[in-house]
Design a protein around this ligand. Structure first.
Ligand SMILES: NC(=O)c1ccc[n+]([C@@H]2O[C@H](COP(=O)([O-])OP(=O)(O)OC[C@H]3O[C@@H](n4cnc5c(N)ncnc54)[C@H](OP(=O)(O)O)[C@@H]3O)[C@@H](O)[C@H]2O)c1
Length: 287
């Protein structure tokens, strides 16, 4: 199977690259190689490329900046997806596309299921939802949407790396404690996406949505506490409320995802967030 992965340079793609090593059937494309917002370029690239599956990791992910760059966020997170779908339809390729817990508003008290109605609070969430809608509207392309949350990795920028860097510079700071969700180690997501491809019993349809994060739940404060505990850093953390730490984009207070459909369909048990975090930090800090 020939696979093309967009968004090279990002955290998730980097985990795919690390897992695949050099595999001539896998092509990784950066924005410079293929800007997914350029319809003509996308169509002409796929017109000549051998490709059975597109994995779209390209995205505009600057959640706060998106409030000021609405047009660009929609261009990448919605328009780019539409272009890839058109290309997939043209050449008969399947699509795996990633979305976010930020499509939910966050007032639930129980984990969000795939059938719950999205209602984003932010431009980023709205732009990702529009991308999802394009995928769901296209009945010709066999496709999977994987909604994930709080992604981190040894590669790229993320909360874990920000905490490690803050911990080197400050002995005390505050972290929001009233937003609940679950971290996702991008390596686990990449590995479990690969497992989908080798799952013979899975019947591809158009617009199959799955939720995926590591198991367990925590607040950003709990997450930060674990990062410092596992990295033996004695930072003093103060718990803050969302009101005390206002951000340009409104985040959901609660965005835990129900992963049972993913686990049941692919006959797997997703790792607990603490186990995965420990592994990542071991690698990052060579513990
Ligand atoms: N990060 C999270 O916490 C989080 C949470 C939930 C869901 N997700 C979703 O998970 C997926 C992977 O996220 P990630 O954290 O790996 O993203 P990331 O690290 O921000 O990487 C995204 C990649 O997309 C590239 N890109 C941006 N615009 C592009 C364009 N027009 N054409 C081609 N490539 C373009 C970026 O290139 P440049 O760096 O050069 O701009 C970057 O390499 C995304 O769909 C994201 O929405 C992420």
């Amino acid at each position: 199977m020939k696979v093309v992965v967009t968004g090279k340079g990002g955290q998730l793609v980097s985990e795919f690259e690390a897992l695949k090593g050099f595999d001539p059937n896998w092509t990784f494309l950066s924005e410079k190689d293929l800007d997914i917002t350029n319809r003509d370029l996308v169509l002409s690239y796929f017109n000549t490329a051998a490709c059975d599956l597109v994995i779209n990791c390209a995205a505009y992910t600057a959640v706060d900046k998106a409030e000021d760059e609405k047009e660009l966020a929609f261009k990448v997170n919605a328009g780019g997806v539409k272009n890839l779908l058109e290309a997939c339809e043209l050449i008969g390729a399947k699509l795996i596309h990633y979305s976010t817990d930020y499509v939910f508003e966050g007032s639930s008290k129980v984990p969000y299921g795939e059938l719950d109605t999205p209602s984003p609070n932010s431009v980023y969430g709205l732009s990702k939802l529009k991308g999802e809608e394009y995928v769901l509207e296209n009945k010709q392309v066999k496709s999977i949407i994987i909604r994930t949350s709080w992604l981190y990795s040894s590669f790229g920028k993320n909360f874990v790396k920000t905490m490690l860097s803050l911990g080197e510079r400050k002995s005390e700071f505050g972290i929001v404690a009233d937003q609940i969700g679950s971290p996702t180690y991008a390596k686990d997501l990449a590995q479990d996406t690969l497992n989908i491809l080798s799952h013979d019993n899975y019947q591809w349809i158009s617009g199959d949505i799955f939720h995926y994060s590591n198991n367990g739940s925590c607040s950003w404060f709990d997450f930060a506490k674990k990062i410092f505990e596992y990295s033996d850093n004695e930072v003093i953390l103060k718990s803050l409320s969302t009101k005390e730490y206002p951000t340009k984009a409104i985040r959901p207070n609660y965005s835990l995802l129900d992963k049972s459909k993913f686990e049941n369909t692919f006959n797997t048990r997703i790792r607990n967030w603490e186990t995965s975090l420990f592994e990542m930090l071991k690698q990052e800090l060579a513990l």
